[in-house]
Write a protein that binds this ligand. Structure first.
Ligand code: 5RP
Length: 271
């Protein structure tokens, strides 16, 4: 890896512990104004808590203060809406744009076991070829085909393929036997949170993933759809960066929720 690539990776993964809390707010690229992201002002107080913001160029340009210290990983794939065939994605944002927006990484989905499996995987190869010319890390997102069971065999297959094609970071879903997924993937893995879960379950999943060797999270709905988004991101951060347990994380979440209700911290009322 050259200086540029290493430098960008260090903006995504905290160099102190090699881990990351990425805040995923890209959902609108196929879901439209998703619950929790309708008004992007709601996520502004969360940004300083994250190591990296996973976002589309449209939201970055229109809703995010360019002075943020949190790094940016740009979603560069898309095409179909939630009403279409999700696997029918292509690369939609150029490398030039990623560089102009000062992204520290770019991310795209690949669909193993779905209709357009081969095209999304070869697109990943093409994106990596281009990204490496500029020292830009690529995050491969192993989106799951509708018929696929999210077990360690399938998730392990998808993550390994992403790494074989040269992805620098892989984002996937947590599953039982996650240690085996990590063991078979030579690049850092971050987990998505998936659909909104009760807070304790989401924190337990985070703890289990970190214990199994994940390098962090790229989490969205379980943070911004919580009744205390700021409490949840602080809790997730404590688990990822401080080795806190889910129970300790839950206390952080509850404490923040209570202070927001009692109005102790006005910032927290906004989220
Ligand atoms: C959609 C994505 C989202 O960024 C990803 O799913 C993470 O968000 P969540 O934690 O809500 O699952 O890549 O394809």
């Amino acid at each position: 890896m050259d200086f540029g690539m290493k430098n960008r990776m260090s903006k995504i993964f905290n160099p102190k512990d090699g881990k990351t809390v990425m805040l995923a707010v890209d959902h609108g690229y196929f879901q439209g104004p998703t619950t929790g992201l309708r008004d992007m002002k709601n996520i502004i107080p969360l940004i300083p808590q994250a190591d990296c913001l996973f976002v589309t160029r449209g939201i970055l340009r229109n809703c995010i203060d360019p002075k943020i210290e949190t790094s940016v990983c740009l979603r560069v794939s898309g095409g179909p809406s939630i009403l279409g065939e999700l696997s029918n994605e292509d690369i939609t944002t150029s490398m030039e744009e990623a560089l102009r927006l000062n992204a520290s990484g770019v991310g795209m989905s690949m669909y193993v076991g779905a209709k357009n499996e081969d095209r999304t995987i070869t697109n990943l190869g093409r994106l990596i070829n281009e990204a490496e010319r500029f020292g830009m890390p690529v995050l491969a997102i192993t989106a799951v085909g509708k018929e696929m069971v999210r077990d360690a065999r399938y998730i392990g297959l998808a993550c390994r393929i992403a790494a074989e094609f040269g992805a620098h970071i892989v984002k996937t879903y947590y599953c039982d036997g996650f240690e085996d997924v990590v063991a078979g993937c030579p690049v850092p893995i971050v987990i998505a949170g998936g659909k909104k879960l009760p807070e304790m379950d989401a924190l337990k999943m985070t703890e289990n993933a970190i214990r199994a060797g994940a390098s962090g999270v790229d989490m969205g709905r379980n943070i911004f759809q919580s009744d205390s988004p700021i409490g949840m991101i602080k809790a997730v951060k404590a688990i990822v960066h401080k080795g806190a347990t889910a129970e300790e994380g839950y206390e952080i979440y509850q404490k923040n929720k209570k202070s927001a209700i009692s109005g102790i911290d006005p910032n927290m009322e906004k989220v």
